[in-house]
Design a protein around this ligand. Sequence first.
Ligand SMILES: [Zn+2]
Length: 439
Amino acid sequence: MEILRPDYVLTPEGVVTNTDVAVEHGCIVDLRPASRQSNYTRRLAGKIIIPGLVNAHSHAFQRAIRGGVQHMGGTSDDFWSWRTAMYGVAGALTPDTIGPISRLAFLEMALGGVTAVGEFHYVHHQANGRPYDDPNELAHRVIQAARDVGIRIALLRVTYNTSAIGIPAKPEQRRFCDVSPEASLEAVSVLSDRTDDYVRIGLAPHSIRAVPESWLRELASFEGVVHAHVAEQPAEVRQCLDALGRSPLAVFADSGLVSERFTAVHLTWPGDGDLARLAAAGGGVCVCPTTEYDLGDGIFPIQDWPGRVCVGTDSHARIDILEEARLAHTVGRAHAGRRGIGGERPAIGILQSACAGGAQSIGFESGIAVGRPADLVAVDLSSASFLGVDPLEAVAFGAGANNVTDVWVGGQEVVRDGHHAMHREIIEAAKLALAAVRA
Ligand SMILES: [Zn+2]
């Protein structure tokens, strides 16, 4: 049994002190008073243990474009020119490069306290659009990358068919495309046969740009978690209103896809009534501020949203889940022109977005309580910047990936004192893969 003795523990009831966290067989088996007489196996002085952070929206391969997409078209640069550059890398991926690049992204996540990722996976086929011998070849490589790093993954297998509403896919999009909704559901079904406590499979109709409305109705038969890009860009919303007479969220809802298992990613431009409709169905929103601000998408109006929130690093311009959650809430204040967003204790709202909201969105458990999986993160609060600051406020409003020192997933120590056992191996393989896809 591992017995952790930090200075603080963030439980569902709040931050507690003098408490040991006992872990056995992958789960938290006891939260008990720490005393001089009792034994522990690991002292974590100056640290707080919080639940594992959840990155609910990732495209792992996009780690390969970091730093290469900030100076493309000068002042005319926007989401769509960024996408063209991103397609260049997506087109160059192979089974031998998607794995090492995904491992690099997942390593950075683990080092920053991420214990579970929602991987919105849409590169399925060969560059010419022909399926690999195993049609799920690339999905298996991405799943294996998460297993290698030691974090949980919900592979959100994407359905894709069109370039825009009623417009066939472009050649550079052929790798993403399915021939029918039945083919998408079949792929999800086959992948689901190889799941366990560390791997879940969800369904991800890419967006109203990429999936015909008739397909969405077919996909609504799926019974697991569903994620979709919704209303990320004003142009996408205009096209949807022109072609279908409703907002993107309304099209998903009318298709039967919006339920408590549904997460709308971005929703930066919700239409009238969209937020109320989504909340009434019990759906969630995944906000990805560093990407949304990097791409000039817009700002999700969190101040008007009563439902659950999770966050993701999406394009991996940066990977820091506490920063994402903090931005989602604090930029919401700037947007709204007031404070008081995120409930009576805003720090709780931020950590809910970073932990439990994400776990619920991608189908995993969260929280430091007896019987829950031991997905735990130690955050070092001993630096001068946190002196005299309440530990909960310090984590929510000050800490980031760089303050994470230790990470456990299912009780397994994935990061110890800031170090991952496969660090060097992952970096060396990623160097070769990055060079190959950027060539
Ligand atoms: Zn995305």
